[in-house]
Design a protein around this ligand. Structure first.
Ligand code: F6P
Length: 366
């Protein structure tokens, strides 16, 4: 029996379970492969005792429409930076356990690993590949910020959820003659904000790629009001947006082994800035947060995720290790991990999608 081990790492994302099911279903057709899942990314291998789950067809039955991941995930630590508390110094230290992990995988009879994760996870995949591990990457993120693939699964679900939020805010904004600020995720890119702004018919969209001038934002908002402050407006702001003369709003991470900057809360700052710039109508803020990555994936993401899962297993059969599955419309292709990591997919200022947004009168505060 040959064995392939799956890991899901980083923030969860609608469609992860559909990838897992795709791998298991395709592997079952071969007859001589067992699929294992490491619980909580690579922690399941590194913990003593190990936590590994056998993923057969019964284990994945009906999971394609379930949000989250049945094998859990984490965006902290990892084999190259395993946190250990030093009682003497009272500080956390980070040790490299990657060689030990590869040895454990060999002892478990694992022939290949499929790592489902975002940019940080695929960086680890490349490092593990360089150490001799036979590994295939599957890109995952609601942010759609990986340049090596046209789309990542989970993104369209996040856009749908954000658009539903805009639709709901439009009616309450109109009833109260208010301006609503909807803050969405996306880290350093504005894909979710841009798509939700177009789909929801927002007036202003603020994204990290285009630092905003608050006076331009207020200028646009005022066009949405008549005398007596009668009117309403919708702003969609990406969590990583910043003013021309300011910086991104983030909080210091307090969780052990968490390396990302915690974004979130720009909506409240923006609200203050708009008021300070002389805007009179009522303002309200909604921070959508993790709702964007919870719940069922929409059909598009289930299909893309299933395609990624089936193809990832086929790359294992073909021995295409050191590659990441990627969507290049209309094909699913293999991209070397070295080319796949570290290159962000930013919203292009002159891209068609931006021209579409500007063509419908959306202001980017520039
Ligand atoms: O990368 C996906 C993402 O959801 C970002 O949009 C967001 O900034 C971040 O993860 C939040 O991460 P956490 O789960 O650590 O709060």
């Amino acid at each position: 029996m040959k064995r392939v081990l799956l890991s899901t790492s980083g923030g969860d994302c609608p469609g992860l379970n559909a990838v897992i099911r795709g791998v298991v279903k395709r592997a079952a057709q071969e007859g001589d492969w067992e699929v294992l899942g490491s619980i909580q990314a690579y922690n399941g291998i590194l913990w003593e005792p190990t936590e590994i789950k056998v993923l057969d067809e019964a284990a994945v039955a009906g999971i394609h429409y379930r949000g989250g991941t049945i094998i859990e995930t984490t965006n902290k630590g990892g084999p190259f930076a395993w946190p250990i508390f030093n009682k003497h110094t009272g500080e956390w230290e980070y040790v490299d356990r990657s060689d030990e992990m590869i040895r454990k995988l060999q002892l478990m009879g694992v022939d290949a690993v499929i790592s489902i994760g975002g940019d940080g996870s695929q960086r680890l995949s490349q490092q593990l590949f360089e150490k001799g591990l036979d590994i295939i990457g599957v890109p995952k993120t609601i942010d759609n910020d990986l340049s090596a693939t046209d789309f990542t699964f989970g993104f369209q679900t996040a856009v749908q959820i954000a658009t539903d939020a805009v639709d709901k805010l439009v009616t309450t904004a109109a009833s109260h003659n208010r301006t609503f600020i909807l803050e969405v995720m996306g880290r350093d890119t504005g894909w979710i904000a841009l798509h939700a702004a177009i789909a929801g018919g927002a007036d202003v969209c603020l994204i990290p790629e285009i630092p905003y001038d608050i006076d331009k934002v207020v200028e646009k908002l005022k066009t949405r009001y008549k005398r007596g402050n009668r009117g309403s407006a919708i702003i969609v702001v990406a969590e990583g947006a910043k003013p021309v003369d300011g910086s991104v709003h983030f909080e210091a991470a307090t969780e052990v082994g968490y390396e990302n900057k915690r974004l979130g809360g720009v909506a409240y700052e923006l609200s203050q800035q708009i008021k300070a710039a002389g805007f009179e109508p009522d303002l309200r803020e909604t921070v959508l947060g993790h709702i964007q990555r919870g719940g069922v994936p929409i059909a598009y993401d289930r299909v893309l995720a299933t395609q990624f899962g089936v193809k990832a297993f086929e790359y294992v059969l073909e021995g295409k290790f050191g590659h990441m599955v990627s969507y290049r419309h209309p094909d699913i292709v293999a991209v070397p991990l070295t080319e796949a990591v570290g290159k962000m997919n930013f919203v292009g200022e002159d891209s068609d999608i931006m021209l579409t947004a500007r063509g419908t009168g959306i202001s980017f505060g520039d």
